[in-house]
Design a protein around this ligand. Structure first.
Ligand code: FEO
Length: 425
């Protein structure tokens, strides 16, 4: 039988035992279709919270979204008295996991709150209480419940600065917060019982964790050595069947896909353009030729009109430099450029090289607007964007080649520094 008993016969929510000492006390939200404005979910989500019982007290790990507090408290009451709660752990302070916290703190005022070091200011902002007692913890810190204990792993930016994971060594269970989670609601709870959630797992990683790959890798260094029987995330199925499989998948998803394609020390520069009458294209080709003069820079040229955005996002994620060419139409850069830029929020662009160019007819604002956006996305844009009025002349084509050369040299560190004239900016 596949079903898991979540309620009593008269409909009262019940906790679900993950082991003799650990219970799920979360809530299901099958009707949710959009999470945090940006994430779709075809069958809802769950807000998973857990209780672990030691010989000297009970710990509650995470809570639920405020509107689901009744389910959470009913499940909690089915396995523990409030007076037994010694510890409350918050792995992550986003409201879908802290909605029931204020009420829990009222019902169990003796409980000590454990949060990550980076969660302190967020907690104060969340609870708006002057007198707030909590213990900030870092990797290696532990709390004892007698014959059970909890160890904290500092895993920041997965996906907020405050995030941490909590490990119960005697149970070999990892309470991972949003890490290894997904928006998938299924009342069978366990990964070996629920429907096929592989798409949700990958989708969640792509939208929530992918911008923080370097932090995922650091977290995996802490998680991979742990003996594990089960991973208990705050959303989606509880991973008791082959938990290591999900850790390995995070490792794969967070590893560069292109590293075997490049020579040691080789840099990559991607030039994307879109062109109405061929003028921005001519500029792009000249920039491409200029950049190709620099050895150890692998230069690529793409017409946005002929490509899908998604594979370009993958390329850009692993490139060292990004150059965009856009005409100006009605005082703006054109939609395919903005579409590409809006898709880049799922990847980390910090400190990549950026450059912009384009042909224009009247005023040419598009190049400046895209430069501003690149800076907003934390790329460095050290060379002023190149604009050409209508058809590039032979001299302007040479300027484009020089622009490409400078950009490529910037990547290799060969570009000579120059004095910036403010009048040119
Ligand atoms: Fe599930 Fe980031 O909250």
């Amino acid at each position: 039988m596949n079903s898991v008993r979540l309620e009593s016969e008269d409909g009262v929510p019940l906790a679900v035992a993950l082991s003799e000492r650990v219970h799920w006390v979360g809530a299901l939200d099958p009707n949710l279709r959009t999470f945090d404005i940006i994430l779709k979910t075809a069958n809802g989500t769950s807000y998973n919270a857990y209780v672990i019982r030691g010989s000297e007290g009970v710990a509650v790990i995470d809570t639920v979204k405020e509107g689901f507090a009744n389910d959470f408290f009913a499940r909690l009451e089915s396995v523990a008295d409030y007076s037994e709660i010694k510890v409350i752990v918050l792995n992550h302070l986003e409201p879908d996991h802290t909605g029931a916290l204020p009420e829990l703190m009222k019902r169990a005022p003796q409980a000590q709150l454990f949060i990550s070091q980076k969660a302190q200011s967020m907690l104060k902002g969340l609870l708006k209480q002057d007198e707030l007692s909590f213990t900030p913890v870092l990797t290696g810190d532990k709390v004892s419940l007698g014959d059970r204990s909890l160890e904290f792993l500092h895993t920041p930016y997965l996906h907020w600065p405050d995030t941490q994971c909590t490990y119960a060594p005697e149970e070999a269970m990892l309470f991972s917060g949003d890490v290894f989670g997904c928006h998938f609601c299924d009342n069978r709870l366990y990964n070996d019982k629920v429907g096929d959630f592989r798409f949700s797992f990958e989708y969640y990683y792509a939208h929530i964790m992918r911008p923080f790959k370097e932090y995922v890798v650091r977290a995996l260094e802490l998680i991979e050595p742990l003996p594990l029987k089960l991973i208990a995330p705050t959303h989606g199925p509880i991973l008791r069947d082959r938990p290591q499989h999900y850790i390995q998948r995070y490792r794969q998803l967070s590893s560069p896909a292109l590293h075997n394609e490049l020579r040691p020390n080789q840099k990559t520069l991607l030039i994307f353009y879109i062109s109405s009458y061929g003028n921005t294209r001519r500029m792009a080709e000249a920039i491409y030729q200029g950049a190709m003069q620099v050895e150890d820079v692998r230069v690529s040229l793409y017409d946005l009109e002929g490509g899908e955005v998604s594979p370009f996002v993958d390329l850009i994620e692993e490139a060292d430099g990004l150059v965009l060419g856009t005409p100006t139409i009605n005082g703006d850069a054109v939609k395919p450029i903005w579409d590409l830029l809006s898709s880049l929020t799922v990847v980390n662009l910090k400190n990549k090289l950026g450059g912009v160019f384009g042909s224009y007819g009247w005023t040419g604002e598009g190049v400046r607007l895209v430069e501003d956006r690149l800076r907003g996305l934390k790329l460095r844009v050290p060379i002023q964007g190149l604009r050409v009025k209508l058809i590039p002349t032979d001299d302007e084509i040479l300027e484009c080649k020089a622009f490409g050369l400078e950009l490529a040299q910037e990547l290799t560190g060969a570009r000579e520094s120059r004095v910036i004239n403010f009048a040119d900016l």
